[in-house]
Design a protein around this ligand. Sequence first.
Ligand code: SF4
Ligand code: F3S
Length: 104
Amino acid sequence: TFVVTDNCIKCKYMDCVEVCPVDCFYEGKNMLVIHPDECIDCGVCEPECPAEAIFADTEPGLDKWLTLNAEYAEIWPNITVKREPPPDAAAFDGTPDKLDTYFS
Ligand code: SF4
Ligand code: F3S
């Protein structure tokens, strides 16, 4: 599966939902997650994210994010249509450790 990671938080560009062939993105207030059981590993979303927040779970060190994606994909609503990203998205692009402060 692919996973959404820290830099999505407060950036939330939503380009990813437009390209996913199986509509497996789920929406929180400040970030999206991928449902690991629905993702077909096509990899199309990874290069589309302007914040470079999406990775294959074969990359090392992503256990925390895989767990978070799996947990919140069960709780948050599905999202299939891109909207306007937050007006301050660019200002948060690259801010480290957004999970602790801005996750929701
Ligand atoms: Fe959707 Fe493919 Fe990205 Fe998985 S890898 S979330 S199936 S676009
Ligand atoms: Fe987040 Fe990137 Fe999608 S910022 S909403 S994973 S396009």
